[in-house]
Design a protein. Structure first.
Length: 535
């Protein structure tokens, strides 16, 4: 059997070398189809199928307030405390809030993102610091908010800080003595107690309204119940860890009961129709792209089917050219099974070479997509070629082999060998013509579906680009700034700074007007640290 396989393999290689145009076109067609399908599957696998980089990620959920039957919003400080105390199906909850700030010292000043969290943040997320230690309850300080009511006054004690792996590398060179170093964050001092893991980031939906790639984490220096107003919505985002064996449905039922209790206790919550939603964190992170990725996978699947139909047609033509060869081999004693196996081996070789080249093209496509870094595509750091992708490529290749090889095999084995030996001229049988016509019809149908879909997407993209946003966007430049907290404690000082900055900006050549807004429209993030009025 092994000797026969070697003989068939050598014969197949010689046969393919004698037909370089057919071989090259078939391999290129398969490579494009398999490459496109594999590249999209690589993205889908990395974004949707890879577990979140936390311990037992299936137990993590996001908790949202929902008001007016539609809008989901953050949570106020007092409500967060109520939820964490009353929801006993949760192993823990953490609050999350993020602001922009400035980092001074150890080089040039740098604008960074700082997240304010609860002491339980790392234990809830299931993350261990790469260096140093996690937060402890004794790290929490409380800032007396009355210091913002008058000029001067004592500054609070330093914050305890966890810094990101990226900030540790780019600003401090990855030195271990960063632990214990004092940082200046907009006039507030903080002491580094730990470094986050290299690939750590929050995985929240785009409408969470907070940056997910913070540079610094610290504890909120206020009493959430006493120092923050109660409202049906707020700035805080919540991530909770369910107890073992607790389902999302059970947690949702408990939070629905808590929402009813809040409505009965607080008129504002009742007027807003407060509800609470519990969403698995994995769905929270990628739910907005799930349908798009599956749609793209379906589209490139159509491309692969078209490629298989093309190769099937090529093999039908080739089978027609080899009818008399097959008939003669059969007449002189060649077994039908041996001939079928030899033709199948030819298809397998084409599929394997096309699949290998397709995998290479897919790897290039994935690298290009990661380099482009679409902002609305989460978890790009997980996208790449792994064993799952290799297995998928192998499966797609085998499926493609079966699709484009079965038709020629079936036609060749059903041919009337006696009549083929008598007829000198090679002409396609009526049966082969019908099959080729069917394949062409299938190709055209699939192509029409793809073209219609592409046309609709282009039309939607054009509509989005030409949609009236309600303001003139041409010639508008934006920037963000964060004032040192203790240098600008009062509304009056912040107002004076803004007026002075606006006046100096208006004096610049080419500037027509200056305004301020937070957050920037359509930016998807930004939460005001304070407020001030201009009269």
């Amino acid at each position: 059997m092994f000797d026969s396989l070697l003989i068939d393999l050598r014969f197949t290689l010689r046969s393919l070398r004698r037909s370089p145009v057919f071989t090259g076109f078939a391999i290129a067609t398969l490579a494009l189809g398999i490459g496109a399908t594999t590249s999209i599957f690589s993205v889908l696998s990395g974004v949707l199928m890879e577990p979140l980089p936390y311990a037992e990620p299936d137990r993590l959920v996001a908790v949202w307030n929902r008001i007016d039957d539609a809008s989901r919003v953050g949570v106020s400080g007092p409500d967060f405390v109520d939820y964490s105390e009353q929801a006993d199906l949760f192993e823990g909850m953490t609050n999350i809030w993020a602001t922009s700030t400035n980092l001074y010292g150890d080089g040039e000043a740098e604008g960074i993102v700082m997240s304010w969290v609860a002491p339980e943040f790392l234990s809830v997320m299931g993350v261990t610091p790469a260096l140093g230690r996690a937060f402890r309850p004794e790290d929490k300080i409380r800032v007396d908010l009355s210091i913002f009511d008058a000029e001067g006054g004592a500054e609070p004690p330093p914050l305890s800080l966890m810094i990101s792996h990226g900030l540790w590398q780019r600003r401090y060179g990855g030195e271990s003595d960063v632990i214990g170093r004092t940082l200046n964050l907009n006039g507030q001092s903080g002491v580094v107690i730990g470094v986050m893991p290299e690939r750590f980031r929050l995985h929240l939906a785009p409408d969470a309204g907070i940056p997910t790639n913070a540079d610094v984490w610290t504890l909120m220096p206020v009493d959430l119940r006493a120092d923050m107003p109660r409202a049906p919505g707020g700035l805080i985002r919540i991530v909770g860890r369910l107890k073992p064996d607790v389902t999302v449905e059970q947690a949702q039922a408990q939070m629905t009961t808590i929402a009813a209790r809040q409505r009965s206790l607080y008129a504002a919550h009742d007027a807003a129709g407060l509800e609470i939603d519990v969403v698995p964190l994995a769905l929270e992170a990628v739910g907005h792209v799930r349908a798009i990725l599956f749609m793209l996978l379906g589209a490139v699947g159509f491309v692969l089917l078209i490629a298989c139909a093309n190769v099937g047609n090529l093999l039908l033509v080739r089978a027609g050219q080899r009818e008399r060869e097959i008939a003669i081999r059969t007449a002189i004693g060649g077994g039908r099974r041996r001939i079928v196996m030899q033709m199948l081996l030819e298809s397998v070789l084409l599929g394997l070479v096309g699949g290998g080249l397709g995998l290479y093209l897919a790897d290039l496509g994935v690298e290009l997509m990661v380099a482009m870094g679409p902002e609305n595509l989460p978890r790009l750091e997980n996208v790449g070629t792994d064993l799952t992708v290799l297995g998928f490529t192998l499966l797609v290749t085998l499926g493609a082999v079966l699709l484009f090889a079965l038709a020629p095999l079936w036609i060749s084995t059903k041919a009337n060998l006696a009549s083929l030996l008598k007829v000198r001229e090679r002409s396609a049988t009526r049966q082969r013509q019908r099959l080729r016509g069917g394949l062409i019809i299938a190709e055209v149908a699939l192509s029409v579906v793809l073209l219609v879909g592409a046309g609709l997407m282009l039309r939607s993209f054009q509509a989005l680009g030409s949609d009236d946003k309600g303001f003139q966007e041409d010639g508008v430049l934006t920037f963000q700034y964060a004032l040192p907290v203790f240098a600008y404690r009062q509304d009056g000082s912040r107002t004076e700074f803004f007026r002075d900055m606006s006046a100096r900006l208006r004096d610049l050549p080419g500037v027509l007007s200056v305004g301020a807004v937070d957050p920037i429209p359509f930016s998807g993030d930004g939460s005001p640290v304070g407020s001030f009025a201009l009269d």
